[in-house]
Unconditional design. Sequence first.
Length: 294
Amino acid sequence: MHLLTSAEAADYLRIKERKLYELVAERQIPCTKATGKWLFPRPELDRWLLAGLARPAGVAPADPPLIIGGSHDPLLEWALRESRSEMASLAEGSAVGYRKLLSGKVIAAAIHFHAADNPGGDGNVALVGREPSLYDAVLIAFAVREQGLLLAEGNPLNLASLAEAVVAGARFAVRPEGAGAQQLLHALLVREGLDPSRLVRAPGICPTGPDIAQAIRSRHADCGVATRSVAETHGLDFLPLKLERFDLLMRQRDYFRAPMQALLGLLREARFAARARDLGGLDVGDAGAIRWAP
């Protein structure tokens, strides 16, 4: 990565250094500090410039509402509150959040996609990389999550694998079609040569991982796919199945808006990593990094 000094950055942007430092103080420009000096990644400056392009009336899109759509995650919920970003979340599943981002109804989508034909691949990058309308988008790493099978405390059915759960006729609490966890379940069934039609589904649909946990605790279901952090929070047993990428997808212009910068700033703080450790099953080593951009 090409890093510019403050003098070089001011010259590159054709502004005075005093103005550059004002932007730094207001957290309005991408920068980092090393050995007491501010440094400016040139690729990030380019994105910042493009995000601020002036466009004729009727061409510039309206700012989307300060809502992060997509998948539910306890760490993301905590981060939205702690960062004081004034953004809210609307957990409706990865597919719904993705569609709402494309139509400008949310500022970002929290996604974790899984392809049935490639359950070990990077489903998020594969999906956004083939969508032409995301020419001005950016995919930001949030966490690598441990997904698995939630089981009642003590694992009363003595289940040791997903296949055993299907063969034993365990009642699966399921998420809506299009939800990342539901995609993962289907992909893993296909990978293990299991017929998805053999799955015994518990009554109803669970909107989020905590809803799956509640269904199991209430004995309405025997198991369901969710994260380790959900299992630990609700006192359930956990059978690990896969590590997955949980990312935030947004337009580049929204990446530089103050609410999103407040959230992304928190991702670099020690208390964010500490919270992830407390929740369990989360790796936030590259949180805030750009994983994909056109």
